[in-house]
Design a protein around this ligand. Structure first.
Ligand code: CP
Length: 312
C-alpha cells in the first residue's frame, strides 16, 4: 500500500504528479467535489495541530469524503494504555486511510507495518512531515520555481521535522541549500550525510549567520525553535529569540525574496513583514488544502477499483 512516511521515498516525478494535480484542483476544486463519497479518513493526532489536522479535514470534505477523529490522547483509550499498534489496527477497520501525528520519531514507520490502508505521516517527533513538504514545494514552485533555486533554511534545524523533509525533497531539484542555525541546533549529522549522498555536496552549506547569504536567496524558510523537543528547558532558553527577522533584516534581501514559515510562529517573523510582498506563509498554509486534496485523491483513487464504493 501507498504509505507516505518520509520525503526520502519521493522521486521528482512523484512530486511533480502531486503538485500538478494540486494545481488542477486549485484552479477548479468543484471538479473533484463528489469524487470520494463514502470514503473516510481517520485522524490520529497524538500531538497538537491546527493546520495539518484542519487542512486534512477540509481537504477530505472537499473531495466528497469525511473524517473520523480519534480526538486527543486525553479523551481516547490511549489514556488507558492502549498501544499505537492496537490503536491503528482498530481504526483502519473504520476507515479508508489514516493520518498520524505522534511525538515519537519513527512512529509512522512502525504504525504503517500494522495496517493495510494508506497511512500518511503528519509529523513523527523530530523526524519527518512529508505532506508539509508537498505544500512547501507547491508554494516554492509558485513563487520562485524549483530549479535554479537558492534557499536559506533557518532556525531549529535539529528538531525541525519540516526542515528534514523539505531538505531531502529539494535534492530532487537543482537547488543550493543554505542551512542557518546556532551550532547547537544544526541539522543532525545523519541528515547531512544523507543529503550529501543524494546531492552533489556543492548544493549544501551550513552557516551560523544569515547576513552573508541573505542577498543571494530566492526563498528564506524560517522555522520555530521546537521548545517541546528540548530535553532541558535551559538549553531552550539559550537559543530562544535567536534568528528573528524583521523589516530591517530584509533591507539586505533581494526584492524578489519569498519568506516562508510552516507556522505556527512564535516570534521568528515580525508581524510588520506580514503585509509585504515577501510574506508567503499564510498562502503556504492555505496551499495545504489543494495539496492534501491532491494527495488524498491520488492515494484513494488507487483503491477505488477494489472497494467499488464510488460510481465513477
Ligand atoms: N505546519 C504545521 O504542521 O502546523 P500544525 O502543527 O498546526 O499542524
Amino acid at each position: 500500500h501507498d504509505h507516505l512516511i518520509t520525503s526520502k521515498q519521493l522521486s521528482r516525478p512523484d512530486i511533480e504528479t502531486v503538485l500538478d494535480r494540486a494545481a488542477e484542483i486549485d484552479a477548479d476544486p468543484s471538479a473533484v467535489a463528489d469524487r470520494h463519497a463514502n470514503t473516510l479518513l481517520g485522524l490520529l493526532f497524538f500531538e497538537p495541530s491546527t493546520r495539518t489536522k484542519m487542512s486534512f479535514e477540509t481537504a477530505m470534505k472537499r473531495i466528497g469524503g469525511d473524517v473520523v477523529d480519534m480526538g486527543s490522547v486525553e479523551s481516547s483509550s490511549v489514556k488507558k494504555g492502549e498501544t499505537l499498534a492496537d490503536t491503528v489496527r482498530v481504526i483502519e477497520g473504520y476507515t479508508d486511510a489514516l493520518v498520524l501525528r505522534h511525538p515519537k520519531q519513527g512512529a509512522a514507520t512502525m504504525a504503517s507495518e500494522f495496517v493495510d490502508v494508506p497511512l500518511l505521516n503528519a509529523g513523527d517527533g523530530a523526524g519527518h512531515h512529508p505532506t508539509q513538504t508537498m505544500l512547501d514545494l507547491y508554494t516554492i514552485r509558485e513563487n520562485a520555481g524549483l530549479d535554479d533555486l537558492t534557499i536559506g533554511i533557518m532556525g531549529d534545524l535539529k528538531y525541525g521535522r519540516t526542515v528534514h523533509s523539505l531538505a531531502h525533497a529539494l535534492t530532487n531539484f537543482e537547488t543550493q541549500q543554505h542551512f542557518i542555525s546556532p551550532e547547537s541546533l544544526q541539522l543532525p549529522r545523519e541528515v547531512v550525510y544523507d543529503l550529501h549522498q543524494r546531492q552533489d555536496g556543492t548544493g549544501i552549506k551550513e552557516h551560523e549567520s544569515l547576513e552573508g547569504v541573505l542577498p543571494s536567496l530566492d526563498v528564506l524558510y524560517v522555522t520555530r525553535i521546537q521548545r517541546e523537543r528540548f530535553p532541558d528547558e535551559n538549553e531552550y532558553q539559550k537559543v530562544a529569540g535567536e534568528y528573528q527577522i524583521d523589516a530591517e533584516t530584509l533591507e539586505a534581501a533581494s526584492d524578489d525574496l519569498t519568506v516562508m514559515h510552516p507556522l505556527p510562529r512564535v516570534d521568528e517573523i515580525a508581524p510588520e513583514i506580514d503585509d509585504t510582498d515577501y510574506a508567503a506563509y499564510f498562502d503556504q498554509a492555505h496551499n495545504g488544502v489543494p495539496v492534501r486534496m491532491a494527495l488524498l485523491d491520488l492515494l484513494l483513487s488507487d483503491d477505488r477499483g477494489i472497494r467499488g464504493e464510488t460510481d465513477e
